[in-house]
Write a protein that binds this ligand. Structure first.
Ligand code: GLP
Length: 264
């Protein structure tokens, strides 16, 4: 796992954006894996800036979101379909018909989940999956004790996740269930890019990066991935035992700066 500690949170989106832009130069047809939550917003802002500058064109790229709430129609502004539309599809001028979220309104949820995995496969698989991390170590909505081999399926949200996400549902009960790509589905992406900022992610990051691989910390499955990069700020890195090692300076440049130069 490549762990990159950025001196300030503002650099995270720029570095991750540069890595994704470099991938799109190498493979213009790359399939993007999208995440919701606040963590990746700076990545989307960086990519949107590149689109506006004429550096990047993702108008024909397919994209798949990680998850969706059950029972929220795409017209609900807190549905992940609407969130992805607002934060990714529109600012990056993507083709909405190529940007997918699981169907949380399906009558046959199991069939919708199977169809989602099948659609990812039919598109050639995800080239780069963007990930945030929950304070309980979840990725997507794979809550603790999720099967490490799981596929897209319905899950009950953990009480802590409902509390974390209650801020988006003023005067409304946050949903209790979701559809999420499984850990097995996520692990099939060719590259994983996890970003996290702030002290409330420090525990989850330490457990995911340096702890044992366990379904109690679903993000720890990333340790099995051959191309997983974790880009975090000092606060999210504050509980890592090997933080000094990840930060090491050589050739006069701190590690994060070398990665940033390399991605450009
Ligand atoms: C949400 C999403 C995850 C996200 C996480 C963290 O519930 N399902 O994909 O990574 O929780 O959210 P945030 O980035 O806002 O802290």
């Amino acid at each position: 796992m490549e762990v990159i500690i950025c001196p300030d949170a503002g650099e995270i989106g720029k570095l991750a954006g540069a890595k994704i832009a470099a991938l799109l130069r190498r493979k213009p047809t790359a399939v993007l894996g999208l995440a919701t939550g606040s963590s990746p917003l700076d990545i989307y802002a960086d990519l949107a800036r590149r689109v506006e500058a004429g550096e990047l064109d993702v108008s024909r790229n397919a994209a798949f979101a990680l998850d969706e709430y059950v029972g929220l129609p795409p017209t609900h502004e807190q549905s992940y379909a609407a969130t992805i539309r607002r934060t990714v599809t529109e600012p990056l001028h993507m083709d909405p018909s190529l940007v997918h979220t699981p169907d949380g309104m399906a009558d046959d949820i199991e069939a919708a989940c199977r169809a989602y995995d099948e659609a990812i496969r039919a598109a050639g698989g995800v080239d780069v999956q963007i990930l945030g991390i929950g304070s309980n170590g979840h990725i997507g909505f794979n809550e603790p004790t999720s099967s490490l081999a799981s596929r897209t399926r319905i899950k009950t949200l953990a009480a802590s996740t409902r509390r974390d996400n209650a801020r988006f549902f003023e005067g409304e009960e946050p949903p209790t269930h979701c559809l999420t790509q499984g850990l097995g589905t996520i692990m099939e992406a060719r590259e994983l890019l996890l970003v996290a900022q702030g002290e409330n992610k420090a525990d989850a990051i330490a457990r995911a990066v340096e702890g044992p691989i366990t379904s109690m910390t679903p993000a720890s499955i990333l340790q099995f991935h051959p191309r997983a990069t974790v880009i975090i700020d000092d606060a999210a890195a504050s509980k890592l035992q090997l933080a000094d090692y990840y930060r090491e300076t050589y050739a006069g440049k701190p590690a994060w700066q070398r990665f940033a130069d390399e991605a450009r």
